[in-house]
Structure formats: C-alpha cells, structure tokens
Design a protein around this ligand. Structure first.
Ligand code: PLP
Length: 299
C-alpha cells in the first residue's frame, strides 16, 4: 500500500532531524494511545519567529504541569526549532514542538514508567482562513457539542483532546457552516478548533476568560486593542452577544486575527469585516517585522 502524502518539512525526533514523511511515533507511545501529551505551535513569517519566547514559556509551563520532562533546556529547544525551519528551507512556517509521555518499556499502566519523548517539526505555514478569503470572513455554527469542562481537562495546557472540537466541526458542516465555536453547555462561548473568539459591541471587545487556551494570538489582539485605545473585557461571552455583535473575529497562530462574519444562518452586523477587526489585522501583520515581537530564525 502506498504511504499517504504528507506536507514537506523537517522534523526532529529521537535525537535526529528527518524528512517530515519519516517522522513516525511508535504505536505504544502514550501520546498516541492516551492523548497524554502537550504541544505548542509558533510560526515563522518572512524568516522571523513571532513571539517565540511566549510560546516557549507556555510550552514549558504545560510540560511542567503534566509532570513531563524535556530532554534538554529552553535554548536547545529554540535551536532545534530554528534548525527544523532552516533545513526545511521555509520563509513562512508552522512550527510545532511536542512532548509525549512516551513508551513504557514494560507496557506498565503507571505513567511514571514511560520515557518522555520530544518531537519538533516545521512545515509550510497553514491558515484557518486564507488571506484571499478575509473579506468573506469565517462562517461558524455554534455547536450543540459542549467543550470538555476545564475541571476535567485544563484547556490552558495546550492539548490534543480534540474529539469535542472535531464532533463540533462535523456538526457545523452538517448545518452548512465551515467552522464551529463550542460552548460551556450554559450558552457561554468558549473556543473553536484552534482559535479563540472575540466579539465587538459598543466599541468594547470581549473574549471568554474561562474554559479556553490562553492563546498567544489572543494576547496579541488584546495588546493591540490597548495600542489603539479599544477597551477589552475578558469574561463570559454569551452566544447571543456574538450573534448581536457589531463585529467579531477569531485568533490563532494558524492565520492570526481573522474576521468572523456569519454565525449559524445569520450575518454578524452587515456580514463584512468590521473596522476594528481590520485595524487589528493590519497592526498584527506589521508587528511581524518588529524586533520587539519577532526574532530571526538562527542560521
Ligand atoms: N484554542 C485552542 C483549542 C487551540 O488549539 C489554539 C491553537 O492551536 C488556540 C485556541 C489559539 O492559540 P494561539 O493563538 O496560541 O495559536
């Protein structure tokens, strides 16, 4: 049987750099069998990492909280990421770092027996909403699937517990939407598959503060709102508030700040990206060349 094609790129695992197609983990790795893993994704744009330190900090925090351990320190992690990008020959890249629980040599059921595994890879940059689709914006359904409660799986530890998000996506496709936002089961929005959500109403921006990953792009959007003098509330965001918003957007490393223009079968306001969203998008991409926000890939 021929192997499925995978994106071009370079991975690092088990101490070696390998072509992406050769980066495979053993079936007995708990990362695969139990989703017992954490990860982070940083991007490179025109040869520069965007907010690398923030991603490395979040990754280390997640590793510590899951009682995992990396094989080496932060500087070596950063070097490996650079080396993946360099070897892949990419100017714009999606760069992922992963730590899995690994394989237990005896297949014991005690996670402390497993030998943790570090993996990294760089592949071409990918978008949740491509720039050419920005004027149209993202169309989401508000899912009937409830997000895993934060008391069960802490969403601030970046994780692969995505069955709710995937079920939500299929729910959205069945209802004619291209993407999905999940709720906490009480009609408060939480997040979508790989993005945070924001609504703008009466000149104020609101984003949920509970049951979500504290996205680095979410932080960028909040800081950029500060730069342009738009107040931000981090607090409950009712589904109805998104439906009635003046404008809305989502944030992710995979695409930055992206307009959200349709919820279920209705447009958000007039269905076009709003002025605050547009300003934030412009500023966000400008920051990619700013040394305060970005660092060059090391040679
Ligand atoms: N929420 C979830 C569940 C995610 O997986 C992600 C990113 O993959 C985000 C939000 C956005 O986070 P960031 O802006 O750090 O990419």
């Amino acid at each position: 049987m021929s192997q499925p094609k995978v994106p071009d790129g370079v991975a690092y695992m088990d101490g070696r750099f390998v072509p992406m197609a050769e980066a495979t983990i053993p079936v007995l790795d708990w990362g695969f069998l139990r989703s017992d893993a954490t990860y982070d994704v940083v991007h490179v744009w025109r040869g520069r990492f965007f907010r690398l330190d923030d991603h490395l900090d979040r990754f280390q925090r997640s590793v510590d909280r899951l009682r995992l351990a990396l094989p080496f320190g932060r500087d070596r992690v950063a070097e490996v990421l650079s080396e993946c990008v360099r070897r892949a020959g990419l100017d714009d890249a999606y760069v992922e770092m992963i730590c899995t629980r690994g394989v237990s040599p005896t297949f014991s059921r005690d996670p402390r027996d497993a030998v943790n595994r570090f993996i990294a890879f760089a592949i071409p940059f990918g978008w949740i909403l491509r720039p050419e689709d920005r004027d149209r914006g993202l169309h989401v359904a508000i899912s009937r699937v409830r997000r895993i409660p934060p008391e069960s799986v802490d969403p601030t530890i970046k994780n692969y517990h995505w069955l709710d998000l995937i079920a939500g996506l299929f729910d959205a496709y069945d209802r004619g939407a291209g993407n999905v936002v999940l709720t906490d089961g009480d009609d408060n929005l939480v997040e979508g598959p790989g993005f945070n959500v924001f609504a703008v109403g009466d000149g104020r921006v609101t984003t949920p503060d509970r049951g979500v990953l504290e996205g680095i792009t979410r932080l960028s959007a909040i800081q950029l709102c500060g730069e342009i003098g738009v107040p931000v509330t981090m607090g409950p965001l009712a589904a109805e508030a998104l439906r009635r918003a003046d404008e809305a957007f989502v944030t992710s490393t995979a695409g930055g700040i992206m307009p959200l223009t349709r919820v279920d079968d209705r447009p958000v306001a007039d269905g076009a990206p709003g002025p605050i969203t547009r300003r934030l998008i412009d500023l966000y991409w400008q920051k990619h060349q700013d040394p305060a926000w970005s660092t060059p890939v090391r040679n």
